[in-house]
Design a protein around this ligand. Structure first.
Ligand code: GLN
Length: 489
């Protein structure tokens, strides 16, 4: 057995102290990928050559005394961030051979900080799904039990971190796709405030909801990555101009006397009793740390799933109109005419879930239905955001604590043919995207099958610092985030 892959903070320290090199660390990750990824299927593309080249450059930079904490750290990137010269598929046949001519802001910033990109991780097609089973490249398997899903849509990034195929990874979250797979694989996943991290070069799913974030072993690593990823980008008109605070400093604050809200709507009948028990453990620990637990209500919670499944498909149907077989991506063979080219290209290039969303989105945006569905959903979205604002204000809360997902990792194929039950996986995460808030999922236990369980901390707009403080305090006092899957070959 090789040595375990360190956390980002540990790796940065070892690199700075010359106890290891980036080449050595990158080789260790690549050899674990070679050994474990045939089972896990976490990567769509592995760029061994490019990674080793960046690792050598990082080592040279460090030997000149240059570089920062991320210099030489091997990362895995969800395959929807455009990487110049490196294939970016969005796990779709439509983009199977797409090599972007430009770099996303997130990956550009990580590269500029010296990070090494190992490759591009598997995901649900166009990030539509909660189990990684809609990928054109096949499902990802959960490192804790390969018969189960790692969650989705950032399931490849989650599995790669959990199995130690990389030091940390980047995912995206439109309705829960960072937090839900983080919970199901026993890692830490943070979705920043909408607009905190640039969406430039991220292949769009639902533009008013999409947000990139770190998927890591612990919150210190998340803070280190977020510090580099966050900040205004003139290339994304929705990116926020307020400069990000010092996230690492936020880790060091105590949570004594903090007020933590518990929304009753998140603890109802749909919550699995074993998940409930693990969350109760997390709540008890916060009490021990001196926080005050405040019961609250978010009455519009129940409307989140239907609201999201109008807004997200509406935006998706518009964003995905660009895949027409002409400008880029898949093109069908020998089209009879232009209409045949469009129709067959899209019929061949997209999978069933993507088609379902395009049809749904086109329907709710069509004249006659626009007011009844789309406009109404926008109004409910506002009410959901106001629910959170009111609760934070009226109860003077620092953060809100909820389960991340109603259940732990489920077996592959269990929900594949049942979209509605799949959609319900995100019942506790989707509200947060609709309201644009920052939130993180942290491991807090295991179920009877040995599957990880996560809880979620939600912050006020722009207050990633609060969820970092509260989450780090928890991880300082607990050990769940240090558990590693023991069954890997
Ligand atoms: N599971 C949700 C969906 O299918 C959310 C996905 C995401 O966050 N990208 O839309």
């Amino acid at each position: 057995m090789d040595a375990p892959i360190p956390t980002l903070a540990q790796a940065a320290q070892a690199l700075a102290a010359r106890e290891t090199s980036s080449v050595e660390l990158t080789r260790a990750c690549l050899s674990r990928i070679e050994r474990l990824d045939p089972t896990l299927n976490a990567f769509i593309t592995v760029d061994a050559e490019g990674a080793l080249r960046s690792a050598e450059q990082a080592d040279q930079a460090r030997s000149r005394g240059e570089g920062g904490a991320l210099t030489g750290i091997p990362l895995a990137i969800k395959d929807l961030f455009c990487t110049e010269g490196l294939r970016t598929t969005c796990a779709s046949r439509m983009l199977e051979r797409f090599v972007p001519p430009y770099e996303s802001t997130v990956t550009a910033r990580l590269r500029a900080a010296g990070a090494v990109i190992l490759g591009k991780t598997n995901m649900d097609e166009f990030a539509m799904g909660s189990s990684n089973e809609t990928s054109y490249f096949g499902p990802v398997r959960n490192p804790w039990d390969p018969a189960r899903t790692p969650g989705g849509s950032s399931g490849g990034s989650a599995a790669a971190v959990a199995a130690g195929l990389c030091v940390a990874a980047i995912g995206t979250d439109t309705g829960g796709s960072i937090r839900q797979p983080a919970a199901m694989t026993g890692i830490t996943g943070l979705k920043p405030t909408y607009g905190r991290v640039s969406r430039f070069g991220m292949i769009a799913f639902a533009s008013s909801l999409d947000q990139a974030g770190p998927m890591t072993r612990d919150l210190r690593d998340a803070a280190m990555l977020l510090q580099v990823m966050a900040g205004h980008d003139p290339l994304d008109s929705t990116s926020i101009t307020t400069p990000p605070p010092d996230y690492l400093a936020a880790l060091e604050r105590p949570v004594r006397d903090w007020r933590i809200g518990l929304p009753e709507e998140y603890f109802g009948a749909g919550l699995h009793p074993e998940v409930r028990a693990a969350i109760d453990g997390a709540i008890a620990l916060y009490r021990e740390l001196g926080a005050t637990i405040v019961p609250i209500s978010l009455p519009y919670t129940q409307h989140a799933i239907p609201t999201y499944y109008i807004i997200a498909p509406a935006e998706a149907s518009s964003n995905l109109a660009r895949y027409d077989g002409i400008r880029f991506g898949h093109r069908c063979d020998q089209p009879k005419d232009l209409k045949d080219l469009y129709a067959r290209t899209r019929a061949e290039g997209f999978g069933a879930e993507v088609k379902r969303r395009i049809m749904l989105g086109t329907y709710v945006l069509s004249s006659g239905y626009y007011d009844a569905y789309y406009r109404k959903a926008q109004r409910v979205r506002r009410l959901i955001a106001e629910d959170f604002a009111r609760a934070f204000r009226d109860h003077d809360l620092s953060v809100i604590l909820t389960p991340t997902a109603p259940e732990s990792a489920f077996p592959l194929d269990e929900k594949k043919e049942d979209p509605v039950s799949m959609y319900l996986s995100d019942i506790f995460t989707i509200n947060v995207n609709l309201a644009g808030l920052p939130a993180v999922s942290l491991p807090c236990g295991f179920d009877f099958h040995g599957m990880p369980i996560g809880f979620q901390l939600i912050g006020r707009p722009l207050d990633e610092a609060a969820i970092l403080t509260a989450g780090h305090a928890y991880q300082q006092a607990s050990d769940w985030h240090n558990a590693r899957p023991g069954n890997l070959p």
